[in-house]
Design a binder for this molecule. Structure first.
Ligand code: ATP
Length: 365
Protein backbone atom coordinates (compact mmCIF):
# COMPACT_ATOMS: atom_id res chain seq x y z
CA UNK A 1 0.00 0.00 0.00
CA UNK A 2 1.44 3.35 -0.96
CA UNK A 3 -1.46 5.71 -1.26
CA UNK A 4 -0.46 9.25 -0.29
CA UNK A 5 -3.01 11.50 1.38
CA UNK A 6 -2.63 15.20 1.99
CA UNK A 7 -5.21 16.76 4.31
CA UNK A 8 -5.34 20.55 4.68
CA UNK A 9 -1.58 20.82 4.27
CA UNK A 10 -0.14 24.25 5.10
CA UNK A 11 3.42 25.54 4.78
CA UNK A 12 4.44 28.78 6.39
CA UNK A 13 8.12 29.63 6.04
CA UNK A 14 10.13 31.21 8.85
CA UNK A 15 9.63 34.70 7.44
CA UNK A 16 5.86 34.23 7.71
CA UNK A 17 5.31 33.57 3.99
CA UNK A 18 2.44 31.17 3.33
CA UNK A 19 3.68 29.02 0.45
CA UNK A 20 1.00 26.31 0.67
CA UNK A 21 -2.47 27.27 1.90
CA UNK A 22 -4.41 24.18 2.91
CA UNK A 23 -4.01 21.63 0.13
CA UNK A 24 -5.96 18.36 0.24
CA UNK A 25 -5.22 15.64 -2.27
CA UNK A 26 -5.72 11.85 -2.32
CA UNK A 27 -3.18 10.01 -4.44
CA UNK A 28 -4.16 6.38 -5.01
CA UNK A 29 -1.77 3.44 -4.78
CA UNK A 30 0.00 3.18 -8.15
CA UNK A 31 -1.32 6.48 -9.42
CA UNK A 32 0.81 8.97 -11.39
CA UNK A 33 -0.06 12.50 -10.26
CA UNK A 34 1.45 15.69 -11.67
CA UNK A 35 1.74 18.90 -9.67
CA UNK A 36 1.81 21.80 -12.10
CA UNK A 37 1.62 25.57 -11.84
CA UNK A 38 3.54 28.77 -12.50
CA UNK A 39 6.84 29.55 -10.82
CA UNK A 40 6.44 30.14 -7.08
CA UNK A 41 3.03 28.45 -6.77
CA UNK A 42 4.33 26.09 -4.09
CA UNK A 43 4.66 22.82 -6.02
CA UNK A 44 8.26 22.07 -4.95
CA UNK A 45 7.42 23.01 -1.37
CA UNK A 46 4.56 20.51 -1.43
CA UNK A 47 6.80 17.77 -2.82
CA UNK A 48 9.52 18.52 -0.27
CA UNK A 49 6.97 18.23 2.53
CA UNK A 50 5.85 14.84 1.22
CA UNK A 51 9.43 13.55 1.13
CA UNK A 52 10.24 15.07 4.52
CA UNK A 53 12.78 17.73 3.51
CA UNK A 54 10.49 20.48 4.74
CA UNK A 55 8.42 20.54 7.94
CA UNK A 56 4.65 20.59 7.60
CA UNK A 57 3.21 23.65 9.37
CA UNK A 58 -0.33 22.26 9.65
CA UNK A 59 -2.41 19.43 8.24
CA UNK A 60 -1.82 15.71 7.99
CA UNK A 61 0.23 13.65 5.57
CA UNK A 62 -0.27 9.89 5.41
CA UNK A 63 1.60 7.32 3.35
CA UNK A 64 -0.01 3.88 3.12
CA UNK A 65 -2.52 5.00 5.74
CA UNK A 66 0.14 5.92 8.33
CA UNK A 67 0.68 9.49 9.54
CA UNK A 68 4.22 10.50 8.62
CA UNK A 69 4.33 14.23 9.53
CA UNK A 70 6.95 13.59 12.19
CA UNK A 71 8.89 10.83 10.40
CA UNK A 72 12.41 11.44 9.11
CA UNK A 73 12.83 11.29 5.29
CA UNK A 74 14.63 7.91 5.44
CA UNK A 75 11.70 6.36 7.32
CA UNK A 76 9.13 7.41 4.73
CA UNK A 77 10.40 4.89 2.15
CA UNK A 78 10.11 7.36 -0.72
CA UNK A 79 12.60 7.90 -3.51
CA UNK A 80 13.17 11.38 -4.88
CA UNK A 81 14.70 12.18 -8.26
CA UNK A 82 16.02 15.73 -8.51
CA UNK A 83 16.63 18.03 -11.44
CA UNK A 84 20.43 17.79 -11.12
CA UNK A 85 20.46 13.99 -10.54
CA UNK A 86 23.06 14.29 -7.74
CA UNK A 87 25.25 11.46 -9.06
CA UNK A 88 28.70 10.76 -7.58
CA UNK A 89 31.26 11.48 -10.33
CA UNK A 90 33.93 9.15 -8.92
CA UNK A 91 31.60 6.12 -8.73
CA UNK A 92 30.61 3.85 -11.61
CA UNK A 93 27.01 3.58 -12.76
CA UNK A 94 26.77 0.29 -10.82
CA UNK A 95 27.97 1.90 -7.58
CA UNK A 96 25.82 4.99 -8.10
CA UNK A 97 22.73 2.82 -8.40
CA UNK A 98 23.86 0.62 -5.49
CA UNK A 99 24.52 3.65 -3.28
CA UNK A 100 21.25 3.69 -1.31
CA UNK A 101 21.72 -0.01 -0.53
CA UNK A 102 25.31 0.48 0.68
CA UNK A 103 24.02 3.19 3.02
CA UNK A 104 21.91 0.60 4.81
CA UNK A 105 25.03 -1.16 6.06
CA UNK A 106 24.82 -4.92 6.44
CA UNK A 107 21.19 -5.13 5.28
CA UNK A 108 21.97 -6.63 1.90
CA UNK A 109 24.45 -9.29 0.83
CA UNK A 110 26.69 -8.54 -2.17
CA UNK A 111 24.56 -10.99 -4.13
CA UNK A 112 21.35 -9.10 -3.27
CA UNK A 113 22.94 -5.76 -4.18
CA UNK A 114 23.98 -7.16 -7.57
CA UNK A 115 20.52 -8.58 -8.18
CA UNK A 116 18.76 -5.31 -7.39
CA UNK A 117 21.16 -3.17 -9.40
CA UNK A 118 20.90 -5.52 -12.37
CA UNK A 119 17.11 -5.48 -12.22
CA UNK A 120 17.11 -1.66 -12.19
CA UNK A 121 19.69 -1.50 -14.99
CA UNK A 122 17.63 -3.88 -17.10
CA UNK A 123 14.42 -1.90 -16.52
CA UNK A 124 16.22 1.25 -17.62
CA UNK A 125 18.34 -0.32 -20.36
CA UNK A 126 21.58 0.58 -18.65
CA UNK A 127 23.08 -2.94 -18.57
CA UNK A 128 25.86 -2.03 -20.99
CA UNK A 129 26.96 1.04 -19.05
CA UNK A 130 27.37 -0.30 -15.53
CA UNK A 131 31.16 0.17 -15.50
CA UNK A 132 31.14 3.74 -16.79
CA UNK A 133 31.45 6.93 -14.77
CA UNK A 134 28.72 9.61 -14.99
CA UNK A 135 31.02 11.94 -16.99
CA UNK A 136 30.95 9.41 -19.82
CA UNK A 137 27.18 9.24 -20.05
CA UNK A 138 24.67 11.31 -21.98
CA UNK A 139 22.22 13.52 -20.10
CA UNK A 140 19.45 10.99 -20.64
CA UNK A 141 21.59 8.11 -19.35
CA UNK A 142 22.47 10.11 -16.23
CA UNK A 143 18.81 10.72 -15.69
CA UNK A 144 18.21 6.98 -15.88
CA UNK A 145 20.95 6.27 -13.34
CA UNK A 146 19.20 8.66 -10.96
CA UNK A 147 15.99 6.75 -11.56
CA UNK A 148 17.83 3.47 -11.03
CA UNK A 149 18.66 4.61 -7.53
CA UNK A 150 15.01 5.16 -6.85
CA UNK A 151 14.15 1.69 -8.16
CA UNK A 152 16.66 -0.29 -6.04
CA UNK A 153 15.27 1.18 -2.86
CA UNK A 154 11.93 -0.60 -3.36
CA UNK A 155 10.40 2.75 -2.54
CA UNK A 156 6.71 3.08 -1.75
CA UNK A 157 6.55 6.03 -4.15
CA UNK A 158 8.70 7.98 -6.59
CA UNK A 159 8.85 11.74 -6.31
CA UNK A 160 10.21 13.76 -9.21
CA UNK A 161 11.10 17.45 -8.99
CA UNK A 162 11.37 18.86 -12.53
CA UNK A 163 13.67 16.00 -13.56
CA UNK A 164 13.83 16.94 -17.22
CA UNK A 165 14.32 20.68 -17.09
CA UNK A 166 18.09 20.48 -17.75
CA UNK A 167 17.71 18.46 -20.93
CA UNK A 168 17.38 19.68 -24.49
CA UNK A 169 13.97 19.47 -26.15
CA UNK A 170 14.59 16.20 -28.02
CA UNK A 171 15.97 14.35 -25.04
CA UNK A 172 13.22 15.73 -22.87
CA UNK A 173 10.70 14.16 -25.20
CA UNK A 174 12.49 10.80 -25.09
CA UNK A 175 12.85 10.82 -21.32
CA UNK A 176 9.23 11.74 -20.90
CA UNK A 177 8.26 8.60 -22.76
CA UNK A 178 10.74 6.54 -20.73
CA UNK A 179 9.42 7.79 -17.43
CA UNK A 180 5.86 7.01 -18.50
CA UNK A 181 6.90 3.53 -19.63
CA UNK A 182 8.87 2.82 -16.46
CA UNK A 183 6.05 3.99 -14.21
CA UNK A 184 3.59 1.78 -16.05
CA UNK A 185 5.93 -1.20 -15.84
CA UNK A 186 6.63 -0.82 -12.14
CA UNK A 187 3.21 0.48 -11.12
CA UNK A 188 4.74 2.62 -8.37
CA UNK A 189 2.84 5.61 -6.98
CA UNK A 190 4.47 8.68 -8.51
CA UNK A 191 4.24 12.40 -7.80
CA UNK A 192 5.88 14.58 -10.41
CA UNK A 193 6.44 18.33 -10.24
CA UNK A 194 6.75 20.35 -13.43
CA UNK A 195 5.89 23.72 -14.87
CA UNK A 196 5.92 22.22 -18.38
CA UNK A 197 2.41 21.66 -19.54
CA UNK A 198 3.33 19.06 -22.14
CA UNK A 199 4.77 16.92 -19.34
CA UNK A 200 1.71 17.61 -17.23
CA UNK A 201 -0.72 16.68 -19.97
CA UNK A 202 1.09 13.59 -21.27
CA UNK A 203 2.52 11.88 -18.19
CA UNK A 204 -0.04 11.79 -15.46
CA UNK A 205 -3.21 9.91 -14.68
CA UNK A 206 -4.31 13.10 -12.97
CA UNK A 207 -2.98 16.64 -12.89
CA UNK A 208 -3.21 18.95 -9.88
CA UNK A 209 -3.03 22.63 -10.86
CA UNK A 210 -1.66 24.97 -8.18
CA UNK A 211 -1.69 28.75 -8.01
CA UNK A 212 -0.31 30.86 -5.18
CA UNK A 213 -0.29 27.92 -2.78
CA UNK A 214 -3.87 26.87 -3.51
CA UNK A 215 -5.14 23.90 -5.44
CA UNK A 216 -7.25 25.07 -8.39
CA UNK A 217 -8.37 21.77 -9.88
CA UNK A 218 -7.42 18.11 -9.88
CA UNK A 219 -8.53 16.15 -12.92
CA UNK A 220 -7.42 13.94 -15.79
CA UNK A 221 -5.55 15.83 -18.52
CA UNK A 222 -8.64 15.64 -20.72
CA UNK A 223 -10.86 16.77 -17.85
CA UNK A 224 -8.69 19.85 -17.32
CA UNK A 225 -8.70 20.73 -20.98
CA UNK A 226 -12.38 20.21 -21.61
CA UNK A 227 -13.86 21.17 -18.25
CA UNK A 228 -11.56 23.76 -16.66
CA UNK A 229 -13.03 24.90 -13.38
CA UNK A 230 -11.98 28.52 -13.58
CA UNK A 231 -10.34 31.07 -15.85
CA UNK A 232 -6.88 30.38 -14.44
CA UNK A 233 -6.98 26.68 -15.34
CA UNK A 234 -8.62 27.46 -18.69
CA UNK A 235 -5.80 29.86 -19.57
CA UNK A 236 -2.96 27.79 -18.11
CA UNK A 237 -3.69 24.52 -19.89
CA UNK A 238 -3.48 24.55 -23.69
CA UNK A 239 -1.03 25.94 -26.22
CA UNK A 240 -1.60 28.43 -27.76
CA UNK A 241 -3.73 29.34 -24.76
CA UNK A 242 -7.47 29.72 -24.79
CA UNK A 243 -8.61 33.11 -26.09
CA UNK A 244 -10.60 35.20 -23.63
CA UNK A 245 -12.88 37.69 -25.31
CA UNK A 246 -15.30 40.22 -23.87
CA UNK A 247 -18.87 39.35 -24.79
CA UNK A 248 -22.17 41.18 -24.39
CA UNK A 249 -25.48 39.40 -24.27
CA UNK A 250 -28.16 41.27 -26.18
CA UNK A 251 -31.40 39.33 -26.31
CA UNK A 252 -30.72 36.17 -28.25
CA UNK A 253 -27.38 37.44 -29.58
CA UNK A 254 -23.89 37.22 -28.10
CA UNK A 255 -21.79 40.12 -29.31
CA UNK A 256 -18.09 39.32 -29.66
CA UNK A 257 -15.33 41.67 -30.86
CA UNK A 258 -15.47 40.21 -34.35
CA UNK A 259 -19.03 39.05 -34.80
CA UNK A 260 -22.48 38.79 -33.31
CA UNK A 261 -23.40 35.17 -32.76
CA UNK A 262 -26.90 33.86 -32.34
CA UNK A 263 -27.08 32.17 -28.94
CA UNK A 264 -27.44 28.44 -29.48
CA UNK A 265 -29.62 26.17 -27.39
CA UNK A 266 -26.41 24.79 -25.87
CA UNK A 267 -25.19 28.18 -24.70
CA UNK A 268 -28.55 29.66 -23.71
CA UNK A 269 -28.67 28.20 -20.17
CA UNK A 270 -25.13 29.44 -19.43
CA UNK A 271 -25.98 32.96 -20.54
CA UNK A 272 -29.38 33.36 -18.93
CA UNK A 273 -29.56 36.54 -16.85
CA UNK A 274 -26.09 37.69 -17.85
CA UNK A 275 -24.99 40.82 -19.62
CA UNK A 276 -21.20 41.17 -19.66
CA UNK A 277 -19.36 37.89 -19.97
CA UNK A 278 -15.92 36.53 -20.77
CA UNK A 279 -16.04 34.06 -23.61
CA UNK A 280 -13.21 31.52 -23.74
CA UNK A 281 -12.59 30.00 -27.15
CA UNK A 282 -9.90 27.42 -27.85
CA UNK A 283 -7.75 28.27 -30.89
CA UNK A 284 -8.78 25.08 -32.64
CA UNK A 285 -12.42 26.10 -32.62
CA UNK A 286 -11.70 28.57 -35.38
CA UNK A 287 -11.46 27.34 -38.95
CA UNK A 288 -10.77 28.85 -42.34
CA UNK A 289 -14.31 29.31 -43.63
CA UNK A 290 -13.28 29.19 -47.25
CA UNK A 291 -12.15 25.60 -46.84
CA UNK A 292 -15.26 24.31 -45.08
CA UNK A 293 -18.11 22.50 -46.72
CA UNK A 294 -21.49 24.24 -46.55
CA UNK A 295 -23.08 21.96 -43.98
CA UNK A 296 -20.20 22.58 -41.59
CA UNK A 297 -20.43 26.33 -42.08
CA UNK A 298 -24.03 26.23 -40.95
CA UNK A 299 -23.07 25.47 -37.33
CA UNK A 300 -20.65 28.37 -36.90
CA UNK A 301 -20.40 32.13 -37.09
CA UNK A 302 -18.54 33.38 -40.12
CA UNK A 303 -16.57 36.60 -39.98
CA UNK A 304 -13.76 38.33 -41.80
CA UNK A 305 -10.65 38.93 -39.77
CA UNK A 306 -7.21 40.42 -40.20
CA UNK A 307 -4.29 38.01 -39.77
CA UNK A 308 -1.02 39.68 -38.87
CA UNK A 309 1.29 36.78 -37.99
CA UNK A 310 1.30 33.12 -38.83
CA UNK A 311 3.48 30.37 -37.42
CA UNK A 312 3.75 27.18 -39.39
CA UNK A 313 4.62 24.12 -37.28
CA UNK A 314 4.39 21.41 -39.88
CA UNK A 315 1.26 19.68 -38.67
CA UNK A 316 -0.62 22.87 -37.95
CA UNK A 317 -0.56 26.58 -38.45
CA UNK A 318 -1.10 29.22 -35.81
CA UNK A 319 -2.63 32.46 -36.98
CA UNK A 320 -2.90 35.60 -34.86
CA UNK A 321 -5.78 37.94 -35.41
CA UNK A 322 -5.42 41.44 -33.99
CA UNK A 323 -8.62 43.10 -32.74
CA UNK A 324 -9.07 46.49 -31.17
CA UNK A 325 -10.62 45.07 -28.05
CA UNK A 326 -8.21 42.21 -27.80
CA UNK A 327 -4.55 42.36 -28.77
CA UNK A 328 -4.65 39.08 -30.59
CA UNK A 329 -6.62 35.94 -30.97
CA UNK A 330 -4.78 32.73 -31.68
CA UNK A 331 -6.25 30.13 -33.96
CA UNK A 332 -4.99 26.83 -35.20
CA UNK A 333 -5.83 26.12 -38.78
CA UNK A 334 -5.09 23.07 -40.83
CA UNK A 335 -3.83 25.37 -43.49
CA UNK A 336 -4.27 28.89 -44.74
CA UNK A 337 -4.31 28.60 -48.47
CA UNK A 338 -2.91 32.07 -49.13
CA UNK A 339 0.42 33.58 -48.19
CA UNK A 340 0.65 36.72 -46.13
CA UNK A 341 1.96 39.72 -47.99
CA UNK A 342 3.57 42.71 -46.32
CA UNK A 343 0.18 44.23 -45.59
CA UNK A 344 -1.11 41.18 -43.82
CA UNK A 345 -4.24 39.41 -44.87
CA UNK A 346 -7.93 39.50 -44.23
CA UNK A 347 -9.51 36.15 -44.33
CA UNK A 348 -12.85 34.64 -43.69
CA UNK A 349 -12.90 32.54 -40.56
CA UNK A 350 -15.55 30.61 -38.79
CA UNK A 351 -15.89 30.06 -35.10
CA UNK A 352 -17.94 27.32 -33.54
CA UNK A 353 -19.33 28.16 -30.14
CA UNK A 354 -20.21 24.81 -28.71
CA UNK A 355 -20.57 23.04 -25.42
CA UNK A 356 -16.86 23.31 -24.74
CA UNK A 357 -16.86 27.09 -25.08
CA UNK A 358 -16.41 28.60 -21.65
CA UNK A 359 -18.52 31.52 -20.64
CA UNK A 360 -18.07 33.39 -17.44
CA UNK A 361 -19.75 36.28 -15.68
CA UNK A 362 -18.05 39.62 -15.30
CA UNK A 363 -15.02 41.01 -17.03
CA UNK A 364 -12.30 40.46 -14.43
CA UNK A 365 -10.54 37.15 -14.29
P1 ATP B 1 9.47 26.99 -9.28
O1 ATP B 1 8.72 26.41 -10.44
O2 ATP B 1 9.98 28.37 -9.58
O3 ATP B 1 10.48 26.08 -8.68
P2 ATP B 1 7.59 26.34 -7.14
O4 ATP B 1 6.13 26.35 -7.50
O5 ATP B 1 8.25 25.03 -7.04
O6 ATP B 1 8.35 27.31 -8.13
P3 ATP B 1 8.35 26.77 -4.40
O7 ATP B 1 9.80 26.52 -4.57
O8 ATP B 1 7.54 25.72 -3.75
O9 ATP B 1 7.70 27.17 -5.80
O10 ATP B 1 8.16 28.14 -3.61
C1 ATP B 1 6.87 28.63 -3.27
C2 ATP B 1 7.00 30.00 -2.66
O11 ATP B 1 7.66 29.89 -1.39
C3 ATP B 1 7.84 30.96 -3.49
O12 ATP B 1 7.22 32.23 -3.45
C4 ATP B 1 9.19 30.98 -2.80
O13 ATP B 1 9.81 32.23 -2.92
C5 ATP B 1 8.80 30.72 -1.35
N1 ATP B 1 9.87 30.03 -0.61
C6 ATP B 1 10.50 28.89 -0.96
N2 ATP B 1 11.42 28.53 -0.05
C7 ATP B 1 11.37 29.48 0.92
C8 ATP B 1 12.07 29.68 2.16
N3 ATP B 1 13.01 28.83 2.58
N4 ATP B 1 11.75 30.78 2.89
C9 ATP B 1 10.78 31.65 2.48
N5 ATP B 1 10.09 31.50 1.34
C10 ATP B 1 10.36 30.43 0.56
Amino acid sequence: MAAITLKDIVKQYGDGFLAVKGVSLDIADGEFVILVGPSGCGKSTLLRMIVGLEDITAGELTIGGVRVNEKAPRDRKLAMVFQNYALYPHLTVFENIAFPLRLQKGQFTEEQVREKVEFAAKTLELQDHLDRKPANLSGGQRQRVAMGRAIVRDAEAFLFDEPLSNLDAKLRGQMRTEIARMQRRLGTTTVYVTHDQTEAMTLGDRVAVLRKGELQQVASPRGLYEQPKNLFVAGFIGSPPMNFLPGTVEGSTLKLPFAAAPISAELAPKLRGKELVIVGIRPEHFADATLLEDHKRASGVTFTAPVDVTEWLGSELYAYLPFETNPEVATTLEELDRDLDGEGLRTQLIVTLGSETKVRDGVDA
